[in-house]
Design a protein around this ligand. Structure first.
Ligand SMILES: [Zn+2]
Length: 333
């Protein structure tokens, strides 16, 4: 792992101030631009024992431990459902039953960690992501830690929804706002990684390269084909049949495709060019003709709300069905 090319400058700037860094940072920015990679690379650079141009050297003992995932002065706190290796859960739906929140016990365990001195006599770095997953009690426990910052410790919160954090937590962090990288840099990175149709994927992802890389996977392309096929039906989506057997991951992607599709419909309806589904112009034009602009804008707001709810345990089938019916109401005139 090395820094994403569009992060190098910001990383070097932060890591270069290692002696004057605040105790807590809040890394924000759109989903899919590499905030987690940024936080990890920052940690690696701060822990590195012989940094090169302020970034991790990749060769010292500290960098080696980090690369193997067992640096004693690094901790990453995530919801149970996001823990690594979980993608291969042997039991169908096992992921759905795991916790989506960061619990108070996880934050309390940090208290034990920071009361010890660091193993390598340097920094200790704790990454918490996504910070909005902190349960209220866990957030309050973290606040206490931030109010009395432990020595030689940098806490890095990662969030694409910082408005959902406690204001008291936000105010104790220095915000590092990451932006969507320049299109050329993103395309170059995608092509180097072997992603098929990088331009299409990047447009679908609204310019976010890591999301684009995920969306370029065959199974993701297949799912998009299915959702767009449903949204393109001249007689309206078959909401009930479509939503049967839905799980949360499918709902998350469906909401993404509906959001980008409705956004494109609004643009086409207002005589503009689509931004995401560039390869579906005829269907977009056909659907835009009968759709009501006012209703599309209302649906956009509803989809934003749905995206927020996706991270909560809920009945994915019912939500998908409801959204598809709302779509029909907006597009069948
Ligand atoms: Zn190193």
């Amino acid at each position: 792992m090395s820094a994403l090319p569009w992060h190098r400058e910001a990383l070097a700037k932060l890591a270069g101030r290692r002696d004057r860094l605040p105790h807590a940072l809040l890394v924000t920015g759109r989903a899919g631009i590499g905030k987690t990679a940024f936080a990890r690379e920052l940690a690696k650079s701060l822990l590195c024992e012989s940094p090169q141009d302020d970034l991790a050297c990749g060769a010292c003992p500290s960098c080696n431990w980090f690369g193997q995932g067992n640096h004693p002065d690094f901790r990453e706190v995530v919801p149970e459902a996001a823990e690594e290796g979980d993608d291969e859960a042997p039991v169908e739906g096992a992921k759905d039953r795991k916790s989506l929140v960061i619990k108070i016990a996880q934050v309390r365990a940090l208290g034990d960690l920071v009361s010890l001195s660091t193993h390598r006599a340097g920094f200790r770095v704790i990454v918490i992501r996504p910070a909005e997953a902190l349960q209220p009690a866990a957030a309050n426990a973290l606040l206490k830690t931030l109010e009395e910052p432990p020595p030689a410790t940098v806490i890095v919160l990662v969030s694409d929804r910082p408005a959902r954090l406690l204001a008291t937590i936000r105010s104790r962090c220095q915000v590092v706002a990451l932006r969507v990288p320049a299109r050329e840099a993103a395309l170059e990175w995608l092509a180097a990684g072997g992603a098929g149709e990088p331009e299409v994927s990047l447009a679908l992802a609204g310019g976010a390269p890591l999301l684009a890389r995920d969306l370029a996977q065959p199974e993701e392309r297949e799912w998009r084909r299915r959702v767009v096929g449903e949204l393109s039906r001249p007689d309206g989506a078959h909401a009930l049949a479509f939503a049967t057997g839905f799980d949360r991951a499918q709902l998350e992607r469906t909401v993404l495709w509906m959001q980008t599709w409705v956004h494109d419909l609004v643009r086409v309806k207002s005589a503009g060019e689509p931004r995401h589904h560039l390869d579906s112009m005829p269907a977009l034009k056909q659907k835009a003709r009968r759709a009501r602009l006012e209703a599309l804008l209302g649906l956009e707001r509803e989809l934003v709300e749905a995206r927020r709810l996706v991270s909560h345990p809920l009945n994915a089938r019912l939500v998908a069905e409801h959204l598809m019916m709302a779509y029909n109401r907006a597009t069948l005139g």
